[in-house]
Design a protein around this ligand. Structure first.
Ligand code: NDP
Ligand code: MG
Length: 384
């Protein structure tokens, strides 16, 4: 029986993690859950899973939860609360499923306690990859990817030597605008961008998938998870999302991991590794799928992908700056304040303007993040 802390239990990954727990009551128990603002949903999760404690980032929501559940369980608040429940000694696995830079602090807290971390929050590795890699070694913590592409690569590498990797090949669905002509991009609405063809996910990653920034963030995630330089990481568009990613080895042989697009599979792989947990989920029917297609990504129509490769090559705080600018731009696009085509423009300007710090400390990363957010907000307010 393993005890979990699920950071972001009210989100898309969080609720699917709870679904895995629901199907495996003899393997997993819920220690701690967290939400930002969705107190109602967290209350339902408390009633079903009886955690030891919960965290609400929003103090008003924390207060409401305390009033209802304070006599039965611990109710903490804010980032400090999340760091506390990621560090508790009885917790075996921390599922890191907050969205955005907010995931960095609690993930580091879990690493410092030498936990197994099932990592969905890719922004942690994007903004602080070098630092996180160092901390993992120092504290002997374990980072198992939940992101489907990285789970695929992780699975392909079982029994292989990392010295024999020639290329990592990340697959991308191409998102809802894979075939949209360039001159239509400026008219894309949030509602259109929120309609992903293959996956149902939280709003931020859904927009990132539509701009292909998600793939850019995943290239950075792969660079740190597997210690492979950017020139050995490729992206190929594969609209069916059946091959989740591939590894090409020094002899030219390629291994791929396939499956239906269902995040519960990589989630349960990360929880159970090195064991596979049996399940009754739908199986793949290859004759029904018929054929698998592949294409080059279009860096012209999707400039975010190129920006991400550039920031990764530049290193230092450049990826943290790119990530912060992207988070603000995506939020403002969802709010109707920016056009879809303004997202890469904002990021490019943020990178041009910023002073990049090499081999950054955590303080350097926090400063770069906060400064970039303020700069992008100020600039967008003044150009309105
Ligand atoms: P969601 O938006 O669905 O959920 C995010 C969770 O984090 C919610 O519990 C939310 O609380 C909480 N949260 C949001 N903002 C904050 C904040 N500022 N401080 C504290 N808590 C916060 O996101 P997803 O589940 O889609 O994504 C989570 C992570 O997993 C992301 O990094 C994403 O890139 C990654 N990922 C997701 C995939 C997916 O299929 N969804 C696939 C691969 C990776 P509340 O409910 O109150 O908003
Ligand atoms: Mg992914």
């Amino acid at each position: 029986m393993r005890t979990l802390t699920i950071l972001g239990s009210t989100g898309s990954i969080g609720t699917q993690t709870l679904d895995v727990v629901r199907s495996n009551p003899a393997r997993y128990r819920v220690g701690y859950l967290t939400t930002n603002r969705r107190g109602q949903l967290l209350a339902e999760q408390i009633r079903e899973f009886s955690p030891t404690g919960v965290v609400a980032f929003d103090p008003v929501v924390a207060q409401q939860l305390r009033a209802e559940f304070g006599s039965q369980l611990e109710v903490l608040e804010g980032e400090e609360g999340a760091c506390t429940v990621a560090s508790r000694p009885e917790v075996d696995i921390v599922v890191s499923a907050l969205v955005g830079f907010a995931g960095v602090g609690p993930t580091i807290a879990a690493i410092q306690q030498g936990k197994r971390i099932a990592l969905a929050n890719k922004e942690t590795l994007v903004a602080a990859g070098e630092l996180i890699t160092r901390l993992l070694k120092q504290h002997n913590a374990e980072l198992i990817p939940v992101d489907s592409e990285h789970s695929a690569i992780y699975q392909c590498l079982v029994g292989e030597s990392s010295a024999e990797i020639e290329q990592l090949i990340l697959t991308a669905s191409g998102g809802p605008f894979r075939e949209l002509p360039a001159d239509q991009f400026q008219h894309i609405t949030p509602a259109q961008a929120l309609r992903h063809p293959n996956w149902s996910m939280g709003p931020k990653i859904t927009i990132d998938s539509a701009t292909l920034m998600n793939k850019g963030l995943e290239v950075m995630e792969a660079r740190w998870l597997f210690d492979v330089p950017p020139e050995n990481i490729d992206v190929v568009v594969h609209p069916q999302s059946i091959i989740h990613s591939m590894v090409q080895f020094v002899d030219g042989s390629v291994k791929a991991q396939l499956g239906l697009p269902d995040m519960r599979l990589p989630i349960q792989y990360a929880l159970g590794w090195p064991q596979r947990i049996p399940n009754e989920y739908q199986r793949m029917d290859l004759p029904l799928i018929g054929s698998l297609a592949f294409a080059q990504p279009d860096f012209q129509r999707f400039p975010c992908l190129g920006l991400a490769f550039d920031a990764l090559r530049r290193g230092g705080t450049a990826p943290a700056i790119l990530n912060a600018a992207n988070e603000i731009a995506v939020a403002q696009f969802l709010d109707g304040q920016l056009r879809f085509t303004d997202i890469p423009r904002c990021i490019e300007r943020a990178l041009e303007r910023a002073e990049i710090v090499d081999s950054p400390s955590l303080t350097d990363i926090l400063t770069a993040d906060a400064r970039t957010r303020a700069d992008v907000r100020r600039e967008n307010a003044s150009t309105k």
